[in-house]
Ligand binder design. Structure first.
Ligand code: NAD
Length: 767
């Protein structure tokens, strides 16, 4: 068996094949992308070539960096099959037909090298059936690797071994999935549609049946099956429009063919879906499905008239009450309410919970795998058994039985909750077992001792001599409490720890400073207060930079404004692959006020060939003036936010663990704080050069007067003010320039309008 994926081959360059190839490229793995030869086409690799070309234009972007497309080579199955011998992993991603897949795998068996791994991305065809006629070595190294669409962004990877798959191969692929590709891996059994699609499809079909009986519209169903119950914004039917009704029918039929009894009834494709497919109304790719956009308005399909009309919402008392609640109380309000919303949700969810329980042991070994598959594959906040625990075992079972629903015997035997502490109930042994944990995940909510805490942040002891500073304020916005804790943390670490990590497990790393406070002070003309705050923020960032013990920042998700400024002075950045970092202050009429202008300029300068001052200044200026936000950590590196030596964690769940490792490594290998030195700046001539582009954009009317004013202030700060080109200046001097520019901008009415607009509407105002 191979020990490393040095090269991979993907066969099939359609939606999933090209997306998987792109994600392998994101992980640095060179890929050969093969497809069939189109009849009559001169270019024999046209399909895969086109697929690679189109990757760069797709949204959301399958590639973390457009340059990564160079790692994917196009070819065709007739001329390039012999190249499969170079691949350590060959993934079949062709059309969902057993006969076609078997033919492709026979060809793979001829050309592959012994010990290479072969897998299929089928959505639900039997993995074992695909191995019929294949060699022994093939069978040992073959399994299902079911990615979800889009492969870069959806966390779930279902692995489906057959009885012939060597267990070492499954273990190895689990590690590849988690550590190299950053996925959440779940082991599934070789049953129709595996785990997530089996339960997800059931829930969806059940929703359609109940809606029909209760005469509810698609908009009404979506209004209560989205964020209200911890599901994605696109809820049920907008999600289905994105997946495609044709694809969905295919998946449903797959179970239907192998089901019997009540399951067969549920999996019977509703006539409406068949009609929609006939009409070509198969969802987003056809421009219409359950919903259709007309101008800015979204209309919904009326299942009776087959016409589109205004989108409706289900209004109910229980929904209003639930919006104010959390956890168990919220679930109970929703599911036990007697109004229309409550009745609908109970009638959809109760059978889905029972179906999940009935399939435990059949589609997966345990309830943990089922819960994780639904969370990682369908974006549910909680899996079915986690939900069930919240609605209460006894009450729910009593009602289910009173309504004639069949509760599996093991659930009744269980007597307690599905999860208890860090254990889950295992029906097979009738006992609680520890929930399997990924060793590379640090859970801040449990197991770490809190050293210090205030209203905005918490300092944890994460073991082995490392401390971690977690932001806890709403949206992790930076205020004086966080600034204070940064300083306290550095002092504490200097005395009692080896290294400090700054990171958290919120929705985003940090979306910036507390704008409301700045706006209030600005409106009260309390500039002295703003100046004091900015000064403290700048000083805290300098403390990070010159801390005698290494400080490692661990950004992920949105890392904006002040969030980015916290990362830039760190000794090392360990960023999650999905990090969207940017100094976006211009959007609210400001420039960075925590030393971000200086730090980005220094990072650009250190990475600029020949230490070209002007090129570095231009790069930092453009990034900040245009409020660029990276679309990945790799792009952040290209923009200068990250050094080549900074780390990228493909698996976002591993970022704290890897940041801790990096911090301790620095501490163990003789870390010294950087030496304070002067910074060469571009001065007056650099200022003029930076503004050249902005001036022509202003003259041409592409940017407003206010945009130009912000650009001037920004260029002044980056250039280091009125000094000759190449002058070396103190960092404190640059911070003074930054402070002055920040204050001048904050006092302007147009900046205050921008801040107010952002706070009220959540998007920038162009004024
Ligand atoms: P697709 O239609 O976009 O692509 C299918 C590919 O198969 C095309 O590149 C086509 O050229 C190739 N192909 C068709 N006939 C062939 C033949 N005779 N020989 C060789 N190649 C042939 O489909 P897709 O959505 O990418 O699905 C591919 C696989 O992934 C299927 O097994 C599907 O069930 C599975 N899958 C799809 C999704 C999804 O959301 N689309 C999700 C998970 C798994």
């Amino acid at each position: 068996m191979i020990q490393l994926i040095r090269k991979a081959a993907v066969i099939g360059s359609g939606v999933m094949g090209s997306g998987i190839a792109a994600h392998l490229a994101n992980a640095g793995i060179p890929v050969l992308l093969l497809d069939r030869v189109l009849e009559g086409e001169k270019n024999r690799s046209s399909l895969s070539e086109k697929a690679i070309r189109e990757l760069s234009g797709q949204k959301p972007a399958p590639l973390a960096l457009k340059d990564y497309a160079a790692l994917i080579k196009a070819g065709n199955l007739e001329d390039d099959a012999d190249k499969l011998a170079d691949a350590d992993w060959i993934i079949e991603v062709v059309v969902e037909r057993l006969d076609v897949k078997k033919d492709i795998l026979a060809l793979v068996d001829v050309h592959r090298k012994t010990g290479s791994i072969v897998s299929s991305n089928t959505s639900g065809i039997s993995i074992e059936a695909m191995t019929e006629g294949r060699s022994e070595d093939f069978k040992k190294h073959f399994l299902g690797t079911h990615f979800f669409n889009p492969p870069r962004y959806l966390k779930l990877l279902e692995l489906i071994p057959t009885p012939c798959t060597n267990p070492d191969v499954t273990d190895f692929m689990k590690s590849v999935g988690e550590n190299i590709l950053g996925k959440g891996v779940v082991i599934a059994k070789d049953t129709p549609n595996f785990i997530a699609n089996r339960i997800g499809t059931y829930g969806l079909l059940k929703t359609m049946h109940v809606m029909e009986e209760m005469n509810l519209s698609f908009g009404e169903a979506d209004s209560v099956t989205g964020p209200l119950i911890g599901r994605p914004k696109s809820a049920t039917f907008r999600t289905l429009d994105v997946v495609g009704i044709d694809t969905f029918i295919h998946v449903a039929e797959n179970v239907y063919e192998q089901a019997d009894g009540e399951e067969k009834v549920v999996f019977t494709v509703p006539k409406l879906l068949v009609q929609m497919q006939k009409n070509g109304w198969i969802g987003a790719k056809a421009g219409q499905g359950f919903f259709k956009k007309e101008g800015q308005t979204i209309l919904e399909l009326n299942a009776q008239t087959m016409e589109y009309g205004p989108r409706k919402k289900l209004k109910a008392d229980s929904v209003e009450r639930a919006k104010q609640q959390k956890g168990s109380a919220k679930w109970k309000t929703l599911l036990y309410a007697k109004d229309e919303a409550g009745t609908f949700l109970w009638r959809v969810l109760a059978p889905t919970l029972l179906y999940s329980a009935a399939l435990t042991g059949k589609i997966a070994d345990d309830i943990v795998a089922i819960d994780r598959a639904m969370k990682w594959g369908f974006g549910w906040k909680e899996g079915p058994f986690e939900i069930w625990d919240q609605i209460g075992r006894n009450e729910s079972i009593a009602r289910m039985e009173a309504e004639g629903l069949k509760v599996p015997a093991w659930v009744k035997e269980m007597k307690d909750s599905f999860y208890k502490y860090d254990c889950y109930y295992d029906p097979l042994t009738k006992s609680y077992k520890p929930v399997p944990q990924d060793k590379k995940v640090i859970y801040l909510s449990k197991g770490t001792a809190v050293i210090k805490e205030n209203s905005g942040a918490r300092l944890h002891d994460i073991g082995d001599g490392a401390a971690l500073l977690e932001f806890t304020s709403p949206n992790n916005a930076i205020g004086l409490d966080i600034i204070q804790m940064i300083n306290l943390s550095i002092e504490e670490v200097e005395k009692n720890y080896q290294a400090l990590v700054i990171g958290n497990q919120g929705k985003n790393f940090c979306v910036g400073a507390n704008l409301a406070l700045i706006l209030m002070a600005a409106q009260d003309e309390d500039l002295w207060e703003i100046e004091a705050t900015v000064k403290q923020f700048q000083q805290a960032m300098m403390n990070i930079k010159y801390s005698p013990k290494p400080v490692v920042a661990a950004p992920f998700g949105m890392t904006l404004g002040g969030g980015a400024e916290v990362c830039l002075p760190a000794a090392h950045i360990q960023a999650a692959h999905e990090t969207y970092i940017g100094l976006v202050e211009a959007g609210v009429g400001l420039i960075p006020g925590g030393g971000g202008n200086k730090e980005l300029y220094i990072r650009c300068l250190n990475q600029m060939p020949g230490e070209d001052l002007q090129a570095a200044a231009n790069k930092a200026f453009e990034t900040i003036a245009l409020a660029h936000v990276s679309t990945s950590a790799a792009e952040a590196r290209k923009r200068g936010f990250l050094y080549r030596s900074d780390g990228i964690s493909l698996n976002g769940d591993h970022v704290l663990y890897e940041a801790k490792k990096a911090a301790l490594h620095l501490a163990d290998t003789g870390y010294r704080a950087p030496i304070r030195k002067k910074i060469p700046v571009t001065g007056e001539t650099g200022y003029a050069t930076m503004l050249m582009g902005a001036r022509s954009m202003h003259t041409a009317g592409f940017i407003s007067d206010h945009d130009f004013e912000i650009a001037q202030k920004l260029a002044w700060v980056i250039a280091g003010g009125r000094v000759p080109f190449g002058t070396e200046v103190e960092e404190e001097y640059l911070l003074e320039l930054e402070r002055a520019a920040f204050l001048q901008l904050a006092a302007l009415p147009k900046t205050q309008q921008r801040m107010q607009h952002m706070l009220l509407k959540g998007k920038p105002l162009r004024n």
